[in-house]
Write a protein that binds this ligand. Structure first.
Ligand code: ACO
Length: 402
């Protein structure tokens, strides 16, 4: 019980809303989301239309600058990104300092933070819009390089340098998978599927990692420091880490004989901390529109690649049981984007530890757009209040008397 008197601080009434379930932190013109109706739009364009017709870099431009680019603007944007894909050679030394089994999310956030050292001008909160823009281009260009290198470090392979004759996703795939001793051709089916996945993850208004980016940026910390904080916030299993947790869970169900009802019972048991990974969402209380698009894409990609994944059958079985189960129906728990994204990533040959890194690659333009909006709106420093429930004033007790 909270003493209502304590909600009155010296500067007026304080609202208490743990998890900010009903508290808006900002106004925003970037992403529109209606959780009841299952609507998601970037800058007014529906996610369904963007996933079908656009590309990830075009969507990035849209999110960051507010409008769809003309052909000349898009070409210029893509070319600028290509110019900056290479990273300073000393960053390789930082990478080499990590043990080879380091989780790629930790490596990714560290390499992003390291950009503050290579581009110290990014620390100046009063730098010109052109210079801010250069930081934006740099991080968009270098993230795939960092992501692929974090993976190479994990598996103990030599890193690949960017190939700027390729598009954004193909370049990333080549840096991830090419080995010195073997030729590597990017499969366009895989590159296109990845592009679509990144579009679906590109923004999602004030989620945990995006709010983190805005709050960190509100102290006038640099774009790189703010994005690095966002990557760490995304890492947790209740947020971006859920996509790897889903695959681990499906593997366990498979090993256990595929009894989906048994696992469902476990998820409903309040004495068991287990939750059905990939189900439920803070905002979507009807369906997650991204999950719908991804579910279809998973079928298409597996079909085109000729992959027959028993995990997908378990996923479909689980979904069917959940959609007809009172516990899940009453609590409005439906599959979220992470439920199917892991299955596609697996079919594309991406290892489980890298799933959340893939999410970070996709969410990057959203984080940038939200950071930029927050700065352009001159938002005040993020600093929530609290309700103190600790001890009243006490006298210090000498050590000998404790
Ligand atoms: N399995 C079983 N029960 C669940 C699940 C689940 N996946 N999700 C929610 N519940 C139950 C809770 O136990 C609670 O039950 P109660 O009312 O009887 O106590 C009720 O549903 C409401 O759950 P909350 O945790 O209060 O909902 P909240 O909005 O805080 O959490 C969240 C949303 C974190 C996504 C939650 O549904 C969850 O943990 N899901 C599994 C992890 C996951 O898939 N995360 C990815 C989110 S999407 C993304 O980041 C892209």
């Amino acid at each position: 019980g909270i003493d209502i008197g304590k909600l009155r601080g010296e500067s007026g009434l304080i609202t208490l809303d743990p998890g900010f379930k009903n508290t808006g932190s900002t106004t925003s013109a970037i992403t529109y989301l209606d959780g009841e109706k299952g609507i998601l739009r970037y800058r007014g364009y529906s996610i369904e239309e963007l996933a079908e017709k656009s590309t990830f870099l075009e969507v990035s431009y849209l999110l960051i600058y507010g409008q769809l680019p003309t052909l000349a603007q898009l070409t210029d944007f893509q070319n600028q990104i290509k110019v900056h894909t290479l990273v300073h050679e000393d960053i390789k030394k930082i990478l080499e300092g990590f043990p080879s089994n380091s989780h790629p999310m930790g490596v990714l956030s560290s390499l992003v933070t390291s950009l503050t050292a290579f581009y110290p001008e990014s620390l100046d909160p009063n730098r010109s819009a052109d210079k801010v823009n250069l930081s934006i281009i740099r991080i968009l260009a270098k993230m795939p390089t960092f992501a692929a290198w974090a993976y190479k470090n994990e598996v103990g392979h030599p890193v690949n340098y960017p190939d700027n004759s390729l598009n954004y996703c193909s370049n990333f795939l080549k840096m991830m998978f090419a080995l010195p001793a073997a030729p590597y051709e990017v499969d366009p089916v895989i590159a296109n599927a990845l592009d679509k996945l990144l579009i679906l993850h590109a923004d999602h208004e004030q989620n945990c990692s995006t709010s983190t980016v805005r709050v960190v940026g509100s102290s006038q910390a640099s774009l790189y420091a703010s994005i690095s904080a966002g990557i760490n916030a995304l890492w947790g299993p209740l947020h971006g880490g859920a996509n790897s947790a889903v695959i681990n869970m499906l593997e366990n169900i498979k090993k256990d004989g595929g009894d989906t009802k048994k696992w469902m019972a476990k998820a409903k048991d309040k004495d068991d901390p287990f939750r059905l990974m990939g189900f439920g969402h803070r905002v979507y209380k009807n369906f997650d529109p991204r999950a719908r698009i991804i579910k279809k894409a998973a079928d298409d990609v597996l079909d085109k690649l000729g992959v027959n994944d028993p995990i997908l059958d378990i996923a479909k079985g689980l979904e069917e049981v959940a959609l007809n189960d009172d516990y899940f129906v009453e609590r409005k728990l439906y599959p979220n984007v992470d439920f199917y994204s892991g299955i596609i990533y697996r079919a594309l040959g991406i290892p489980v530890d890298m799933f959340t890194v893939m999410f970070a690659l996709g969410r990057l333009p959203g984080w940038i757009a939200q950071w930029k909006e927050m700065r352009e709106n001159h938002e005040p420093i993020g600093r929530p209040r609290q309700i103190y429930v600790g001890e009243n004033l006490r006298s210090y007790v000498d050590m000998k008397n404790r």
